[in-house]
Write a protein that binds this ligand. Structure first.
Ligand SMILES: [Zn+2]
Length: 222
């Protein structure tokens, strides 16, 4: 079962990036068209939600019980939506993967997050705000901008993220992006990776949340 959540949008023209659609889809609802095109080729079941999400959206009823969540949302930016997704996935202990693009031409690969086992998005947020990292150019947060993306970013990032999902859901290999975030620059054809660790002050999996989680798992309040 696949669940697709996307704001209600309609296809008004085709761009090279939209390889999941064809000219017959112009004017159609984006999620409906994607679902129909996928079902033509694959024997799978898909549930769709046309939904604008923001920091106040309660995603928990929608994702409760799923095996993995992939964040592909990019508005207002991938850093912000990454936190929205993480806040919903962490209490439910759902593995999730953050990805997307920013700075007009950079693709973001990972991180892959296994709640309370790997560093999480909250850990990343805490560490990127630490003075220690201010001059460390790789891990520093990039500027975001509102612009279109190019196919080579979307296809590369999507392909790598999809294989991360397979690693999370099977024992084929350990996920490669635990505590690791990648940047793909198609112009320089560079992949850069930065590493981060679990942080005791993380609002999602730090010492306090970790204790609450252990209590929930064992049923023992200390
Ligand atoms: Zn954390």
């Amino acid at each position: 079962m696949y669940i697709i959540i996307q704001a209600e949008m309609y296809i008004f023209k085709l761009a090279f990036i939209q390889i999941s659609y064809n000219y017959n889809d112009i004017g159609k609802n984006k999620t409906e068209a994607l679902k129909n095109n996928l079902l033509e080729n694959f024997d799978i079941s898909i549930e769709i939600f046309n939904l604008n999400i923001d920091e106040n959206t309660n995603l928990i009823p929608l994702i409760n019980g799923v095996d993995c969540v992939v964040n592909c949302t990019d508005q207002p930016n991938v850093f912000t939506t990454g936190m929205w997704i993480a806040k919903a996935c962490m209490p439910l202990q759902i593995p999730h993967i953050i990805g997307g693009g920013y700075s007009t031409h950079l693709g973001m690969i990972g991180p892959t997050i296994i709640p309370f086992k790997s560093p999480c998005w909250g850990c990343y947020e805490v560490q990127t705000s630490e003075p220690l990292y201010k001059d460390y150019t790789i891990i520093r947060k990039r500027k975001t901008s509102y612009s279109g993306s190019i196919n080579v970013i979307a296809s590369q990032v999507a392909s790598l993220q999809a294989f991360e999902v397979i690693k999370v859901l099977t024992n084929i290999s350990s996920p490669s992006m635990l505590g690791r975030k990648g940047e793909y620059d198609p112009f320089k054809l560079n992949f850069n990776f930065e590493f981060f660790r679990r942080h005791p002050l993380c609002p999602l999996c730090g010492e306090e949340k970790n204790r609450e989680n252990k209590e929930k798992l064992t049923g023992v309040a200390k």
